[in-house]
Design a protein around this ligand. Sequence first.
Ligand code: ZN
Length: 135
Amino acid sequence: MAILKIEHLGIATKDATASKTVFDKLLGTSAYKEEEVASEGVNTIFYKLGESKLELLEASHPESAIAKYLEKNREGIHHLAVAVDDIYAEMERLKKEGFVFINERPKEGADNKLIAFIHPKSANGILLELCQERG
Ligand code: ZN
């Protein structure tokens, strides 16, 4: 088991469609996927950048974690996601090391992934997402 690479950076936006116009120009490319993740209350837009990705996030309803985040924080980098080859084994390893997960079990995320978030309080202020490609 291992952490394989930085999979993506998640960027909180108030209006993902407006941000998409900016990122299309900034990156000189178009998004490859737009997807709503109802369980998370987010609309997502993904860009490929070599081995990694950018994920633009927008709240899809006012109770969404992204909506709450943007009440207290500016738009910008929201989380760091790392790809793992065995999310269950990594969660077990990290729990043993004392890291606190926001969700106790992996759940279905955007872009065909199983995901789990580590609380920023136990990860030096970073909201860290573990993600594994669903087979
Ligand atoms: Zn993410």
